[in-house]
Design a protein around this ligand. Structure first.
Ligand SMILES: [Zn+2]
Length: 464
């Protein structure tokens, strides 16, 4: 064997048990108690959890937005991931209107290739789809890129091109692929933005009011209705509030296949942050932070299987970039979040008894793997699966400090936040890529993943 992790507590979406895990050729070879095998490297992980590496299916590792290039790149983003216990990302390849998705994926892969330290998938965006774009979807799926992103906002001209977007959702359904939808209603956002402007309130403090919960709720309802029209399953990204959850519950009560993601910032932060005197721009995301009562709503929705996944929407910006624009409709959204995703979800979720250990693994690894066609290669610890394993110390106390993080941002979103539980070793395909905070991974070792179709997974796997 190459590596044996001895005396660990293995956690999967279904089980928690004590075992040794033996790894050879990049995959898990044997799991059992007191294995007689010998390995080149044996590690006693008594008292530690062995969890499948996190699978973050919503990242922007190295992306241009609003004419700015993100501060993080594929190397710094995936190093953050590895240090934080995430071993797979699925990143959005943002096409230009009219651009071939295959060409865009090739460009994205060319950027990632020499830099990524963990495996990655790519979902292309459907940006103002034409007949030609829709015709290309079959090729994209057969190349192993089995999910597509749609933005409902003005960024993608959703309202002007809605018929084509519904055609594209229907085509995804026909192909057995999964459409990922960003639910915010542009009419509602524009109305509120204009009203704030007229009242002289278009500064950062009023940002959450420019995109209120109803703008997300309306869009969620519409996305669900259009998916029903198209007869296709959908996956709704970064939901933040009760309005959207109500729409999901109603759709499921009618038997519709609807899956949903939330994002760490909505679990850990609330809109009071925009009252802060120093750099409130740090907290800007699409959608905005909500009232504090929504945090408990989201934790419960994760626990009760209303939400299936947590994903970061990671994108690293310098503070100067974040502060470049000041009007509510021009603010640059997003922040680096890959390194703290797993420890904060464990600390705030499992330690505070909001999630069981199994549910923690389900929402951060197993469910996203299943939804994006990576299971069981990724998303679990099982014989034959990739040995993407995190040795997690459940008692390690860490105060989050920018100085200790690996982002190229010059600031840290959760500065000073105290967590209990942190990864002490990360393995990717059996290779120890981080050990006690030391990054051992060679840039470019990460591989582009070809993914299965959701339709092939859906009939044999529950995603709850
Ligand atoms: Zn995003």
């Amino acid at each position: 064997m190459d590596v044996i992790l001895r005396n660990g507590t293995v956690v999967t979406a279904n089980d928690v048990y004590h075992a040794d895990v033996a790894i050879e050729g990049g995959v898990v070879k044997r799991i059992g108690t007191a294995l007689l095998d010998r390995a080149a490297r044996e590690v006693d992980v008594r008292g530690k959890l062995l969890i499948p590496g996190g699978v973050d299916v919503h990242t922007h590792c190295e992306t241009e937005l609003s004419g700015e290039m993100s501060a993080d790149d594929w190397h710094s983003s995936t190093v953050q991931a590895a240090c934080g216990g995430v071993t797979t990302v699925v990143d959005y390849a943002l096409t230009h209107p009219g651009q071939s998705m295959i060409e865009c994926i090739e460009q994205w892969d060319a950027r990632a290739k020499g830099k990524a330290v963990i495996d990655y998938g790519l979902h292309p965006t459907l940006m103002q789809p034409s007949e030609k774009t829709i015709a290309e979807m079959a090729d994209v799926v057969s190349e192993g890129h089995t999910s597509f992103k749609i933005f409902m906002t003005g960024l993608a001209g959703f309202d002007e091109h809605s018929t084509k977007y519904v055609q594209a959702i229907a085509e995804a359904g026909r192909l057995g692929a999964l459409v990922n939808i960003h639910c915010e209603d542009q009419t509602c956002i524009s109305f509120h933005t204009q009203r704030l402007e007229a009242a002289g309130q278009s500064d950062i403090r009023h940002y959450p009011d420019s995109r209120p919960p109803i703008s997300e709720g309306i869009a969620a309802q519409r996305a669900i209705a259009l998916a029903r029209v198209a007869d296709a399953p959908i996956y709704m990204v970064h939901l933040s509030c009760q309005e959207s959850l109500d729409a999901i519950n109603e759709a499921r009560a009618h038997g519709q296949s609807v899956y949903a993601e939330t994002r760490p910032i909505y679990l850990h932060l609330s809109r009071e942050r925009f009252e802060e005197k120093i750099d409130p721009e740090r907290y800007v995301g699409w959608p905005p932070l909500r009232h504090a009562d929504q945090m408990a709503v989201l934790w419960q929705a994760l626990d009760h299987s209303v939400l299936q996944t947590v994903a970061t929407d990671h994108i690293g910006w310098s503070l100067a970039q974040k502060k470049k624009h000041t009007k509510v409709d021009e603010l640059i959204p997003g922040m680096a979040n890959l390194e703290t995703l797993i420890p904060m979800l464990y600390s705030e979720g499992v330690r505070k008894r909001r999630l069981s250990l199994q549910r923690f693994v389900a929402v951060s690894s197993t469910n996203p793997s299943k939804l994006m066609g990576l299971y069981p290669q990724k998303g679990t610890i099982a014989v034959g699966s990739d040995a993407d394993i995190v040795v997690f110390d459940p008692d390690k106390q860490v105060t989050i400090r920018h100085a200790d993080m690996h982002t190229k941002q010059d600031w840290e979103l959760h500065e000073g936040f105290e967590v209990t539980g942190w990864p002490v070793m990360t393995l990717s395909r059996g290779e120890i890529i981080v050990e006690n905070g030391q990054v051992l991974a060679r840039p470019g070792r990460g591989r582009l993943l070809k993914r299965k179709r959701f339709a092939d997974v859906r009939n044999i796997q529950d995603v709850r």
